[in-house]
Ligand binder design. Structure first.
Ligand code: CU
Length: 251
C-alpha cells in the first residue's frame, strides 16, 4: 500500500473516531454560562487535536513499518508541494484556534474587566446582581450592596439566584487570595485595594464548592466556602430573612 492510499484511509478512520467520541464529549453538561463557553471551546479544539494526533501517529507507524527493511534511506531533498501543504494546513489550524479562543476570551462571561461588566449580557428588564467577594485570612465574606446584606464570615456561604446575571466584585482585606469555583468555571484573583470582576449566569440550582486558589498561609487549605445557588424566589426569601435578622440585631 503506498502513501497516497494510506492518507485518505487514515483521514476516514479519524472521522469515524471523531463521531464515536462525540457522545462522550457532549455529556459534559455545563452548570453556568462561563463553564459552557469553556467546555465548548475545549470540545472544538479536541475535534481538531484528536484527529490530528491520530493522523500523525498513523503516518508515523505506517512509515516505520513500510520502510523497516530499507538499509540505505534517502532523505527527500525538496518537495515544494509538501512544503506548501504543511505551511497552509498549519496556518489554517492556527487561525481556527485563534478565532475560536478569541471569541471565548472576548465574552464578558469569561473576561470581565470593568465595574459595569455584565450589563450587556443581561436581560433588558433585569438588573445585574452584584456580589462583593471579600477574601481574608482564612475566610470569605459576601456583601450584597444593593440589598444591604452581608454574610457572616464564619459561615463562608454565598447565596445566589439561578438564571440571573451575577457580577462578582472580588477583593481582599489583607493579601493575595483567589476565588475558585471549579463547578461553575469561575476563577478570579483577590488583591487588597483592588476590584477584580467576574460575570456569570448559573443554570442549575445546588451547592458548589468554593476554594481559595492562591497560597495564602497556614490556613490556606481550609479556606473553603460554598456557593448555594437557589431559585429566584428562594433567593428573595433569603434576602428578606437576612435583612430582617440584621435589623433585629442592630435594634
Ligand atoms: Cu489561600
Amino acid at each position: 500500500m503506498d502513501i497516497r492510499r494510506i492518507v485518505p484511509l487514515a483521514v476516514f478512520a479519524v472521522g469515524v473516531l471523531a463521531v464515536a467520541v462525540e457522545p462522550a464529549l457532549a455529556q459534559s453538561t455545563a452548570d453556568s454560562a462561563t463553564e459552557e463557553l469553556i467546555w465548548d471551546l475545549n470540545n472544538q479544539l479536541l475535534y481538531i487535536a484528536v484527529p490530528l494526533t491520530i493522523l500523525v501517529e498513523v503516518i508515523l507507524f505506517y512509515t516505520v513499518w513500510r520502510f523497516r527493511n530499507n538499509e540505505s534511506p534517502l532523505p527527500t531533498r525538496e518537495n515544494r508541494r509538501l512544503e506548501i501543504s504543511w505551511t497552509v494546513a498549519t496556518a489554517v489550524i492556527l487561525l481556527f484556534v485563534g478565532v475560536a479562543s478569541y471569541q471565548v476570551l472576548a465574552s464578558p462571561y469569561v473576561t470581565a474587566t470593568s465595574a459595569d461588566a455584565g450589563e450587556d449580557v443581561t436581560a433588558e428588564d433585569e438588573a445585574v446582581l452584584e456580589v462583593q467577594v471579600v477574601a481574608q485570612k482564612y475566610s470569605w465574606t459576601f456583601n450584597y450592596p444593593e440589598q444591604n446584606v452581608t454574610t457572616d464570615p464564619t459561615n463562608n456561604t454565598m447565596v445566589i439566584p439561578a438564571d440571573r446575571t451575577i457580577r462578582f466584585n472580588v477583593t481582599s482585606k489583607d493579601w493575595l487570595h483567589a476565588m475558585h469555583v471549579p463547578g461553575l468555571g469561575l476563577k478570579q484573583d483577590a488583591f487588597p485595594g483592588q476590584s477584580n470582576y467576574k460575570v456569570t449566569e448559573v443554570h442549575e440550582t445546588g451547592e458548589y464548592q468554593l476554594y481559595c486558589a492562591e497560597y495564602c498561609g497556614k490556613g490556606h487549605s481550609g479556606m473553603l466556602g460554598t456557593v448555594d445557588v437557589r431559585t429566584q424566589d428562594e433567593f428573595q426569601d433569603w434576602v428578606a430573612q437576612k435583612q430582617q435578622t440584621d435589623e433585629n440585631e442592630t435594634s
